[in-house]
Design a protein around this ligand. Structure first.
Ligand SMILES: [Zn+2]
Ligand SMILES: [Zn+2]
Length: 144
């Protein structure tokens, strides 16, 4: 986990991004609030920096995503969410009822889902799998 501003600045520099206050604040927010949507991230950033435009936060999120520092996920029917856990091909389980999202590691160790039954000649580096269901809170609410 990245816990200090300094670490976040190093991540930005490592990705050849100039260190700016909005970038530091947005990246920190994504680390501290995994799977947050843009509106929640804007809220966190505003607590940190004061008034920041939506456009600024959108632009920063796009730059961080392009640089590979954050991963954008968009389960169908949900707004885009962002997370700092990148590059490990993990999956997500989404609650149909309340939209809660949790990380799910690959089913069996080494990314077997990347071995497609027929890759059609593509060089595949990512498999996007979304598990859908009900979270514990919602399934308890339904059965009681
Ligand atoms: Zn739920
Ligand atoms: Zn995740």
């Amino acid at each position: 986990m990245v816990s200090t501003t300094l670490d976040v600045e190093q991540l930005l520099r490592g990705a050849a991004l100039r260190v700016t206050r909005p970038r530091v604040s947005v990246l920190t927010a994504v680390y501290e609030h995994p799977h947050a949507d843009t509106d929640s991230i804007i809220g966190v950033v505003r607590e940190d920096l004061g008034e920041v435009s939506h456009q600024t936060v959108y632009d920063v999120l796009r730059a961080l995503t392009t640089a590979g520092l954050v991963r954008r996920i968009e389960p169908s029917g949900s707004v885009a969410r962002y997370e700092s856990r990148v590059g490990d091909n993990h999956h997500h389980v989404v609650c149909r009822s309340c939209g809660a999202i949790e990380d799910v590691d690959c089913a069996v160790s080494d990314t077997p889902c990347l071995t497609a039954s027929d890759d059609n000649g593509y060089s595949i580096d990512e498999a996007e799998v979304v598990y859908w269901g009900l979270c514990p809170t919602c399934s308890t609410a339904r059965s009681s």
